[in-house]
Design a protein around this ligand. Structure first.
Ligand code: ADP
Length: 584
């Protein structure tokens, strides 16, 4: 490799040398012997009949030869009849082409030199930058300190992964029975659910080095760099003997191939191929396991999922209430938490929280307790932390919120809460608040659906109606022209649910049972029908919500007034206000 590089350098060097020599010779051939004289001297020589030939050109200087064979240069007068005058004086005039040719050659030569230099500099740049890009920064930890005990919930996933510990430690045991050991495992699920944690725990329990990289580190502008980085990564791991390689966001390199031949997909294909061939390259008995993480399994290229590659797929889910309780206990363990804090209640308040978010919740609560110089973390600290995690910091300065803003938010939130209580009494409305957060939410209603595995069509439609409750209340109280931007995220949420119902869950009869998401991936899109039916459903749902609120106007007003007064109300109080007999 080095020899080839030196040879290339030598050729470039010799070419430059030749070009320089040739241009020097040409230049000298043309002008070296020529003596410059003034135009009047030239005219004198013509007058005295000393000049034999003029080499006429459009250049600044013209060359001429005297009868005694000497060469001169003089200013070119550039008069239109110069040639005629000279001819009349008996001087032979040759349209001089040698000088322009020399100039052209000189031009070409200088251009070539500049071009060669630019190419050399660019090559050098690419080489040096790709050299620095080839090696990736690895989060390499020798036997991390995380163990499976640090992971709560996801029991099945934990079990599957812990099986791999023995494969890594004693591969010979299995190879004796000709077992094909897993080389790659894909952990898929929402962010913050502990996928990295699992891979770390595996490395730590197997007592092998841990190499962590991110898929996006391998997607580079220069084709081939990603592939080189993959080879570098595997080489480093092989050098260590046994290892766990963790590739987060594998979809950055392992997305289904688009079939388009653009530069970006070229680079990705090369990187993916490098990864696949590295994985096929190591022996079962080697004790290297590659764990990849992604949020979505369905976007990955099938080639990645074949046997001998990433053939184990383990789902990591958001924790259920029991797992949330376990995670909360885990992060309360080394913190002074007041005895009367009911962590199970906190777990119930936090559906859809990932492990990372729960960890964040307890950390924020601990910060608040420390700031308060408190002895323990209390429920109030956790509740405040909850606001921070869910909605950003509570705004401390509330005086600037106008009475009107407060009223709008109160009716908006009361709309959500009341619709939830009326159409989905099985849901619990844990908390309603009109305290604005720094994330921009005017307030929020914490509506928690029942914890169940499957959602029915009715559940989803109810979610849409609950989301529309805020806007409907605004319209009823303040009039059609005074509705506000406050429903922005509600409408997004409703639309999102509706799109999933239509495209993924086959829940809208007129649209049918086809998975439109899949159809889209085959470029079979029929979006106008979907939009038409979705619009119809959301409009009907909205009318229904407006009707319900109008029929229960008194209750809506009551909730809003209490909210304006107290700013935050919890479930018990809401139940008291509503008192089901009052519902219509
Ligand atoms: P992912 O890789 O799925 O995005 P991570 O493993 O990086 O998530 O999780 C981020 C942090 O969240 C972890 O460092 C840990 O503090 C916390 N965490 C997430 N899930 C769990 C869990 N099941 N048990 C304990 N802690 C968790």
């Amino acid at each position: 490799m080095n020899k080839i590089l030196n040879y290339k350098k030598l050729i470039i060097f010799l070419s430059i040398l030749t070009i320089l020599t040739v241009s020097f010779v040409i230049y000298n051939m043309n002008n070296s012997k020529a003596v410059k004289i003034s135009y009047t001297e030239f005219l004198n020589k013509v007058q005295n009949n000393e000049v034999s030939t003029i080499y006429y050109s459009e250049d600044e200087f013209i060359k001429f030869i005297t009868k005694d064979n000497r060469t001169f240069l003089t200013e070119n007068p550039r008069t239109f009849d110069f040639k005629e005058k000279m001819l009349l004086k008996g001087v032979s005039v040759e349209e001089n082409s040698s000088v322009p040719i020399a100039n052209t050659i000189a031009g070409i030569v200088s251009f070539s030199i500049i071009a060669i230099f630019i190419i050399m500099i660019a090559q050098k740049k690419v080489k040096s930058s790709s050299a620095s890009l080839v090696s990736v920064h690895y989060d390499s930890e020798n036997a991390t300190s995380v163990t499976f005990q640090n992971i709560a919930g996801n029991e099945e996933a934990k079990e599957s992964i812990s099986e791999l510990v023995d494969f890594i430690q004693n591969p010979e045991k299995y190879s004796r029975f000709n077992v094909r050991l897993p080389r790659g495992v894909i952990l898929y699920g929402p962010p913050g659910t502990g996928k990295t944690l699992m891979a770390k725990a595996l490395a730590s329990e197997a007592k092998v080095p841990f190499f962590a990289v991110n898929g996006s580190d391998f997607v580079q502008v220069y084709v081939g760099v990603g592939a080189a980085r993959i080879r570098d990564l595997f080489k480093k791991a092989r050098d260590k003997g046994k290892a766990v390689i963790f590739i987060d966001e594998i979809d950055a390199i392992g997305k289904k191939r688009s079939g388009r031949a653009d530069g970006a997909s070229d680079e990705r294909d090369q990187t993916l191929n490098a990864l696949l061939s590295e994985m096929s390259g190591f022996k079962d008995s080697q004790g290297i396991i590659v764990i990849a993480a992604t949020n979505r399994l369905d976007v990955l290229d099938e080639a990645l999922l074949r046997p001998g590659r990433f053939d184990r797929h383990i789902e990591i889910n958001l924790p259920d209430v029991k797992a949330r309780y376990e995670i909360l206990k885990l992060y309360s363990h080394k913190r002074p938490v007041a005895k009367d804090v009911d962590l199970f209640k906190v777990a119930q308040m936090t559906p859809y929280f990932s492990g990372a978010k729960l960890e964040n919740l307890m950390n924020e609560a601990a910060i608040l307790a420390a700031k308060d110089n408190a002895d323990f973390i209390t429920f109030e600290h956790i509740d405040k932390a909850f606001n921070i995690v869910v909605a950003g910091f509570e705004k401390k300065e509330r005086s600037h919120i106008s009475e009107l803003d407060k009223k709008i938010t109160a009716f908006h939130e009361a709309g959500h809460a009341l619709i939830s209580k009326i159409i989905a009494p099985e849901n619990s409305v844990k908390k309603i608040t009109i305290i604005p957060s720094t994330k921009g939410a005017g307030g929020y209603t914490l509506n928690i659906p029942q914890d169940k595995m499957f959602k029915t069509k009715k559940d989803l439609l109810n979610n849409i109606k609950i989301a529309l409750g805020g806007r409907a209340a605004e319209e009823i109280i303040f009039g059609k022209d005074n509705i506000t931007t406050g429903a922005y995220s509600d409408l997004q949420h409703a639309t999102n649910t509706l799109i999933s119902m239509a495209k993924e869950f086959g829940m809208i009869e007129e649209i049918g049972l086809l998975s439109y998401t899949l159809m889209e991936s085959h470029n079979l899109i029929e979006s106008t029908t979907i939009i038409k039916h979705c619009r119809e459903i959301i409009n009907n749902a909205y009318s229904e919500v407006v009707n319900i609120l109008q029929n229960n106007f008194n209750l809506l007003e009551k909730i809003a007034l209490v909210l304006i007064e107290k700013e935050t109300i919890f479930e018990e109080e809401l139940e008291k206000i509503i008192c089901y007999e009052n519902l219509k």
